[in-house]
Design a protein around this ligand. Structure first.
Ligand code: NAD
Ligand code: GDD
Length: 338
């Protein structure tokens, strides 16, 4: 990018996992970056030129942060792993509906060049995800709709809002359906963590030899995307000519037990798995069909799970070790600080 141009990019949710990484990526790509969130990044500082602390459930705040922006990467959401999103349908639908409605309206009023909306594989119908050897999901499979209650239904509605704003107001939008993203600086405890981070935390905290709990029978399947691929894919999709929803994920299908075994091998510990069928499990199988992504971008995520888990595990193990060290020297201090 020419240094003279330096467009502005707004990243909402810049205090969160993907947003934090995306800010750093866009800075490296030469953009001026404004981050916005209701909280600052939990793990380390931000590379953003400006960081606004705003609640995006209010239109006036969406208006403030979109003013003067060229590109808007709208990542802010009330979200978490399957335990979190199945426990709070009303709150999640309420918070995300407001943010998504108001961000689109503010982007229109601020006359931004493009807005990218971060959707989810949770928009896909339950009926297509009932088997571990699931047929990979194509973009057109989202309708007829039967998405994840609350979170998934709201994402699907916001995808359609993007389409309507393009058709009726000429706002240029991009829609990305992420499949389970993992990597360093992601939430690993507190209830919002997804399976890869949860496994890394449990294994790093377990005695050696020891055991960890796995939700479900472990035979449910997913594909997992490393964060570096995720931010590169987001940026490529934003710059593409393609306005309809696109999957962004890997098509490396693994069982949840295989994910756990990869984490255990990375740790070099001797850990056995104990399954808990009472815990939330979500769909039985989910995989991304990347045919359209390859057609549009001539690119797709390439990091294997086995490689991507290494930096993820090392980062989470360092976090849990640091918390344990504080707890040992000052009992109660680590919990009080959270
Ligand atoms: P995250 O929870 O780490 O980040 C989301 C950020 O949004 C948080 O920092 C949160 O504070 C912020 N936020 C929430 N409510 C807000 C409000 N009212 N005002 C301003 N900011 C608010 O999540 P993430 O993993 O970085 O996900 C980013 C986006 O990608 C989300 O839209 C999410 O739904 C979507 N997504 C993520 C995954 C994944 O595997 N991580 C999968 C599918 C979709
Ligand atoms: N979170 C979690 N924690 N999941 C576990 C655990 C654990 O300790 N042990 C096993 N699992 C299993 C879950 O039961 C589920 O079957 C699978 O691992 C994946 O769980 P998550 O990573 O929490 O969520 P998901 O893949 O069902 O859905 C996630 O990905 C979507 C995008 O693909 C969520 O983060 C959604 O919010 C997101 O949109």
């Amino acid at each position: 990018m020419s240094k003279a141009l330096k467009p502005w990019a707004l990243v909402t949710g810049a205090g969160g996992f993907i947003g934090h990484h995306l800010v750093s990526y866009l800075k490296m790509e030469g953009y001026r970056v404004r981050g916005v969130d209701i909280k600052r990044p939990e793990y380390g500082g931000t590379d953003a030129d400006e960081f606004m602390m705003l609640d995006l459930r209010e239109l006036k705040n969406c208006q403030i942060c979109t003013t003067g922006m060229d590109f808007v990467y709208h990542l802010a959401a009330d979200m978490g792993g399957i335990g979190y999103i199945t426990a709070s349908h009303a709150g999640i639908a309420h918070n995300n509906s407001l943010m998504n409605l108001y961000m689109l309206e503010a982007a229109r009023r601020s006359d931004v060049e493009r807005l990218l909306f971060s959707s989810s594989a949770c928009v896909y119908p339950h009926g297509l995800q009932t088997s571990p050897d699931v047929t990979p999901l194509r973009e057109e499979d989202a309708f007829p709709a039967e998405p994840e209650e609350g979170y998934g239904l709201e994402k699907l509605y916001a995808e359609k809002l993007c389409q309507y704003y393009t058709e009726d107001y000429g706002l240029c939008t991009r829609v990305v359906r992420f499949h389970n993203v993992y990597g360093p600086l992601g939430t690993y405890d507190g209830g919002r963590e997804k399976a890869p981070a949860a496994m890394c935390r449990k294994v790093s905290c377990a005695p050696n030899p020891g055991m960890i709990e796995v939700w479900g029978d472990g035979r449910q399947t997913r594909s997992f995307m490393y964060i570096d691929d995720c931010v590169e894919g987001i940026h490529r999709i934003m710059r593409s000519d393609y306005a309809k929803p696109l999957n962004l994920g890997t098509d490396e299908l693994v069982t949840v037990d295989e994910l756990a075994e990869i984490v255990i091998e990375t740790s070099e510990k001797k850990i056995t798995l104990v399954h808990d069928l009472s815990k939330p499990q979500g769909v039985r199988g989910r995989n991304s069909d990347n045919t359209r992504l390859r057609e549009v971008l001539q690119w797709e995520p390439r990091m294997t799970l086995r490689k991507g888990i290494v930096p993820t595990y090392n980062w989470i193990a360092a976090q849990t070790a640091a918390v344990a060290a504080v707890e040992k020297s000052m009992p109660g201090a680590a919990v009080a600080a959270e």
